[in-house]
Design a protein around this ligand. Structure first.
Ligand code: GLA
Length: 720
């Protein structure tokens, strides 16, 4: 049993293979005692739960002037009394006050992990994979119940958290903050590690010092967004890829979120994460429950690399679902950068035919196939084919693509509506808007109000109709604008519930279709979307050099198999850089791997090279997509970048090294590898050179690479 309850002391001990998490009940409140390296015996831990008096006020419900909730290390924080830090829960009651004091009532420990109603979450396939603890807190005066839920995975160092709020009273309550978790840690000796970005430069790694005050990231854009990912880690100041303590917190949610670390006057650090309270409220009716999204926590003493590998494995195996969780991802070609919206049937068939000859498996038709869509000013919502471009319809085009033995995929932007569309003219009230007020446009479009059931039903219907009308094997699900004006503070979360409901419906209805998410590139690439879409277009910036940083940052949490990555033309369309075809291919191989250029216009030499790249990728795809990732050189730290993927049995590995800018008068670099078996011998299948694992890991290979954007790939195979 990985969760123990020591009744006489009121202590819960949660254990994963290498970590312990300890909660103690005191004054009816669950106190946070410890999250860290696994402890077998916790004899004597009780003394670690001490009372501290807050500066100005004693707790009103505890007869001990040495106790104040403002100075306590709590498991879940509730606003309204003496705890003046940022609290996870806040609600306004019938009397206008926010005071409440939910205290321990009962708990339940059981095998398995419950499904979250209406929300994405990690899962188990059999009950023996995890154990769950639910601690029920009640405020009998308010008739309010909070259920703190913890699930401990049996074979991974993962604990998930979430909170349910139940209103048992006779009156509605107005929830103002319902975060999934908070956790108070003694001390503040951590860096706040997070991922920030913008369009075309997503997920840069940033490490900030904690301050006495609050450090936080958030989204208020209606989607998790380009600017911050719903993930933070608290890490030792000198944390590296392989050493140092790190606690990761990742929210399985795709809407407005908040993640913060607040340090108080006693140097206690409160980590909180969940739906962003800013701009949020929720009327919880009599007898209703509010379920918060899940937070996935992991702890490691072996640096950021170990944290990432835990997330990768969990997300690959117990967040992603469906056939493509295990099935190989087709090498695809997308026509976007090849033609933009200027194409016809013949052009797409030509690209598909040329691509097939080189080994590509799936042809994706991007934006511009429907309504009167020749630019981004119209037609979102009019999901009927433009017969001028495609006289034989989607069915006819799909057939022609299938005839050259390629699968066919199609782009949609189901959540949007153009003001210039038949749909808008028929249903002007279907978009998110404040009645009687002006509406902001983003990329000339508005957002369908998915908080409405009738609008969701319409989206389900047109998707089902189009998908059943032709042989479509793949969908790119795009979303190209953020929220502007909202009608009420419940709308953003209701929108997410509507979107998740559509995603659940459609992925269940057509389980064999591969979905790739997209939001102007990687603007909603979060764990919530991964539950429905097992791959995600990582960024609209397709330049190989820029992608090194974007993909490196993304790999903090996201498994490589989910990272949409393509070879594109040079000069690159986003930044004009000219990089060698090898480098573009190797960088794209560190993801799902595909093409986004007019392959029919390639020179014969480029075609030969491309055919080799695709054959190589098919040979090593399994290692890259299911292997363990070790980051070797950070593109954020210098002028080169390197990663290695090691198969679980350490028989094979693939490494990619890329030089960014070269400099004069430098010496060769020695690239050390990681993750390999140091007692084994390996051969590099590319060069035929043999090395011992010990040499590769500890001494490394000397690289004489000194041209801008030059790269090298290694394919190691064990030989003893
Ligand atoms: C977004 C996507 C691109 C492409 C265009 C089409 O920007 O990120 O990949 O699909 O939309 O309009």
């Amino acid at each position: 049993m990985s969760i123990q309850y020591i009744a006489e002391k009121g202590i819960f001990h949660l254990q994963t293979p290498n970590t312990s998490y300890i909660i103690a009940l005191k004054h009816g409140l669950p106190m946070h005692v410890y999250y860290g390296k696994k402890i077998d015996s916790i004899e004597g831990v009780w003394q670690a739960v001490y009372n501290v008096s807050g500066v100005y006020s004693y707790d009103p419900e505890v007869d001990d002037m040495w106790f104040s909730s403002d100075g306590a290390l709590l498991e879940y924080s509730v606003a309204g009394s003496t705890d003046k830090r940022i609290c996870a829960f806040c609600a306004e009651f019938e009397d206008g006050s926010i005071y409440t004091r939910p205290v321990y009532k009962s708990h339940r420990i059981y095998n398995g992990k419950p499904k979250l109603s209406g929300l994405p979450a990690t899962y188990v396939e059999s009950d023996d994979e995890a154990t769950t603890l639910e601690i029920t807190l009640c405020d009998d005066r308010r008739e309010l119940v909070l259920i703190l839920r913890y699930t401990v995975f049996e074979v991974l160092d993962v604990i998930t958290r979430g909170t349910d709020i139940v209103n048992l009273s006779e009156n509605d309550i107005n929830i103002k903050s319902a975060m999934s978790m908070s956790m108070d840690i003694s001390g503040r000796d951590y860096d706040f590690v997070h991922l920030y970005g913008a369009w075309g430069k997503e997920r840069n790694i940033q490490k900030n010092l904690l301050i006495n005050g609050n450090v936080s990231i958030e989204s208020t854009y209606g989607a998790s967004g380009h600017y911050h990912s719903p993930f933070v880690a608290l890490a030792n100041k000198n944390v590296t890829e392989s050493q140092g303590e790190v606690m990761g917190f990742c929210l399985v949610y795709s809407g407005n979120f908040y993640a913060g670390a607040e340090v108080n006057y006693f140097d206690m650090t409160r980590v909180s994460m969940g739906i962003n309270p800013r701009g949020f409220s929720w009327r919880l009716g009599v007898g209703e429950a509010f379920v918060t999204p899940e937070v996935v926590m992991t702890y490691s003493r072996e640096g950021l690399g170990s944290m990432s590998r835990t997330y990768h494995k969990l997300f690959r195996t117990r967040l992603m679902r469906g056939k493509y969780r295990t099935e190989h991802r087709p090498v695809l070609i997308n026509n976007w950068e090849a033609t933009y919206m200027d194409f016809n049937e013949q052009k797409i068939v030509d690209i598909a035919t040329a691509a097939k000859e080189l080994g590509v498996e799936l042809m994706v038709l991007d934006d511009g196939w429907f309504g009167k869509r020749d630019n981004d000013r119209s037609s979102l919502g009019d999901w009927y084919v433009n017969k001028d471009k495609l006289p034989n319809g989607i069915k006819g085009l799909a057939q022609k693509v299938n005839d050259v033995d390629m699968k066919f995929g199609l782009w949609f932007e189901p959540e949007m509506i153009s003001p210039d569309s038949e749909l808008y003219r028929a249903h002007p009230d279907w978009c998110i808007q404040v009645e009687g007020m002006p509406k902001s446009l983003g990329r000339h479009q508005l957002i369908l109000d998915l908080s409405r059931k009738d609008v969701c039903d319409y989206v389900k219907e047109f998707l089902t109709d189009t998908l059943s009308s032709a042989n479509i094997a793949y969908i790119k699900w795009d979303m190209n604008r953020n929220f502007g004006e909202i009608a009420n503070a419940e709308q953003p979360h209701r929108y997410m519930l509507g979107l998740y409901d559509i995603c659940e419906y459609i992925t269940e209805k057509i389980p064999d279709v591969l979905f790739e998410g997209c939001a102007s590139g990687g603007g909603r690439f979060d764990a919530g979307m991964l539950y429905y879409f097992p791959q995600y277009w990582c960024s609209d910036d397709t330049d190989a050099c820029e992608r090194l940083r974007i993909q490196y940052g993304t790999s903090m949490i996201m498994p490589t198999v989910a990272v949409g990555s393509h070879v594109s033309a040079v000069p690159n369309h986003q930044c004009g850089r000219i990089t060698p075809l090898d480098t573009r291919a190797y960088v794209a191989m560190c993801g799902t791997f595909g093409y986004e250029l007019d392959i029919s216009q390639m020179s014969d030499g480029e075609k030969v090279q491309t055919k080799k790249h695709i054959a190589l990728f098919k040979d090593i795809q399994e290692i890259i997509h299911a292997g363990d990732l070790y980051r070797l050189r950070s593109p954020f730290d210098g002028e080169d970048s390197a990663v290695i993927y090691v198969a679980e049995n350490r028989q094979r590995a693939v490494a990619v090294y890329v030089k960014m800018l070269a400099h004069a008068n430098t010496i060769p670099t020695r690239l050390k590898f990681a993750g390999l078996d140091e007692t084994a011998n390996y051969v590099d299948k590319i060069t035929g050179e043999r090395y011992s694992g010990g040499v590769l890991v500890n001494i490394g290979i000397t690289l004489r690479i000194n041209n801008d954007f030059e790269s090298k790939i290694f394919v190691f195979e064990r030989i003893d």
